[in-house]
Write a protein that binds this ligand. Structure first.
Ligand code: BTN
Length: 241
């Protein structure tokens, strides 16, 4: 298993807007720590004991993943921050593993049809916290009652989580600073749901339909089985394979 290298990451980010890098072997949650951290800092951990996911869920964060949070000040354009982050994560992973991943609306990264990474963006009065969790080394997810996968097949595979973190941060910064980066085009092209049959629950009712379009504000337009159209702005959908 590789080592998360604070000095290396700091050096690689020397020309970026991220000045502070903190690396922990074990922490409750990098996003909790980020609440009291300065803007433009990066908090990275090898393991989390209380990793948080969306909608109050937990995020399994065993040793050997890449768990990190970025603290952004409110001058950045926070519109579609989750989609921008998903694009940065997907592009960076693809570059490093030389294989394709998909973005499952709204904030999951899928590899070989299973979740390999999740994103939790939070807006606080004075900062945004972008939390990214990636399963890198293998974990027995089935034993944990989860359907998920890791980027690697074995503990012995050569890999640099430090490079992956740097690559994601650099890409996200580029997207945030460069208005002409057509991240929504990439987001749509990498979508795991467009054109697929999906199922979701809303107001305690279950719906089935085809994911038709991802709107500019990231809303998901669904053609329902009953002929109606629905637009989802948040929530969780499952793909019917
Ligand atoms: C999800 O899949 O619902 C989002 C998961 C986000 C996990 C990351 S890991 C780093 C950061 N710290 C946390 O506690 N959560 C995010």
């Amino acid at each position: 298993m590789d080592i998360l290298d604070k000095d290396y990451i700091e050096k690689k980010l020397a020309n970026s807007s991220f000045a502070e890098v903190a690396v922990f072997d074990k922490i409750d949650s990098t996003s909790n720590f980020a609440r009291n951290a300065e803007a433009q800092s990066v908090i990275i951990a090898n393991e989390q004991t209380s990793g948080r996911g969306r909608v109050g869920k937990s995020f399994l964060s065993k040793k050997g993943g890449l768990y990190f949070s970025l603290v952004l000040d409110k001058t950045v354009d926070g519109n579609n921050l989750t989609a921008k982050t998903a694009v940065a994560v997907a592009l960076a992973i693809e570059e490093i593993i030389s294989d394709k991943v998909e973005i499952k609306w709204v904030n999951d990264i899928f590899y070989k049809n299973k979740k390999v990474a999740g994103i939790l963006t939070e807006s606080l009065p004075d900062k945004y916290i972008v939390g990214i969790g990636i399963n890198v080394y293998p974990v027995n997810f089935a034993q944990e009652g989860l359907v998920a996968t890791s980027l690697l097949k074995s503990q012995n595979q050569k890999f640099s989580r430090s490079d992956l973190a740097v690559n994601i941060i650099t890409k996200l910064e580029n997207i945030l600073q460069n208005d002409s980066f057509e991240y929504m085009t990439v987001y749509r092209n990498k979508s795991a749901v467009l054109g697929k049959q999906i199922r979701y629950t809303k107001n305690q009712c279950e719906y089935v339909g085809v994911a038709q379009e991802i709107l500019d504000d990231c809303g998901l337009k669904v053609a329902l089985q009953n002929g109606q159209t629905d637009i989802l702005s948040s929530g969780e959908v499952s793909i019917i394979l």
